[in-house]
Design a protein around this ligand. Sequence first.
Ligand code: ADP
Length: 447
Amino acid sequence: MFSKILIANRGEIALRVIRACKEMGIHSVAVHSTADTDAMHVRMADESVCIGPPSGTQSYLSIPNIISACEITGAEAVHPGYGFLSENANFVQVLEDHDIAFIGPTSEHINTMGDKITAKETMRKLGVPCVPGSDGGVPTIEEAHKVSDEMGYPVIVKATAGGGGRGMKLAKTKDDLEEAFSTARSEAKAAFGNDEVYVEKYLTLPRHIEIQVFGDGKGRAVHLGERDCSLQRRHQKVFEESPSPAIDAATRAEIGKTCAEAVAAINYAGAGTIEFLYENGEFFFIEMNTRLQVEHPVTEAVYGVDLVREQINVAAGLGMSMQQEDLVPLGHAIECRINAEKLPQFQPSPGKVLAYHAPGGLGVRMDSALYQGYSIPPYYDSLIGKLIVHSPDRPAALARLRRALDEFIVDGIDTTTPLFYQLLDEPDIQTGDYNIHWLEKWLENIE
Ligand code: ADP
């Protein structure tokens, strides 16, 4: 086992990893920018190193600075959290060159899944159902017409190098295709320096369902069911739950098995998420994330596992403790992502936290790096906490969520907490009848 792990991240996810390290008797090293000197992850780690000025590119994204921090502290492994360098194949390669372990998959797997066409081709070959679309890149408008005519409209033109919802354009009819094609290409060129695009059938009312997988890197893998992350604003998830109100045990077992077999076949190591759009009882692969997800706690709650501990064990060569037959979902978990933002426009609301009280009690988990007196810096993501509740069933989880929100106090800054009270009052949320467009439409109507 490693004796020292460096966490190349900040905020609640850095705390999440430090907590696992403490429980495993591993020394933890925090890194921080000059804006984060007083951050909770710095206080909670066994040691800390300043790696640069506030700007993320000069600190949390600076590979040389993080490597130096490893060398200064003698860290043997790096946990990347999510975001920042977590899906950067070059970072993994540089760590390898310095004999430092990366707690995650190989650079090759990160590369394969980072390119959307290669990811889709790989998954299709592994028997994972994909959205119907072009075979690879579509270089000309003539070819885009041909593929779209065959498939039928609406279609969506997507950037091969895409991410964060950019470089994606919808063509509702044949008349829209030329514009969608040229805009997607120029957006992709500007955002990713690569104008390759492909065409997919556009699904009109799908849910976003993702399967948590975990591999030991040696041909064995398991799945831990699904998370329903359909409630999104600007392609950002807001509220996640497991199990999905739309999936039954037989469907879960079938898609889960397909996904676990696919990652086992490529000797995938560590945690991964296979994302699907789900419509009319059918799954369509859209992408794979080769890291721990923000919403991993809902899976931990219903399956009773510690995914970070498993990640560390696999990276240290100790294998994974999970066996598929032991992984039985229990009850229902919901996560709310609480942001320092002012409603109804969601403007970032950094500043000093004058009072803070975290909810607690049975079945409540609050993952947050806030404390009273802390000043939230304006340079980073606005996520300040994840409130996760777990109960025997969905109605009880919704009731527990409302109770936990009542206990949550943050003064001095605006947060998105009021949004969740309003959502809890909605009949569609109470019954679970929503899709990926539901939240955007609802927000338009309440504004
Ligand atoms: P990114 O990597 O940029 O986030 P994804 O491929 O994961 O892109 O897609 C992001 C979101 O865009 C999906 O969650 C869904 O809302 C929408 N989307 C993507 N592909 C399709 C499709 N074929 N049909 C309908 N919506 C889609």
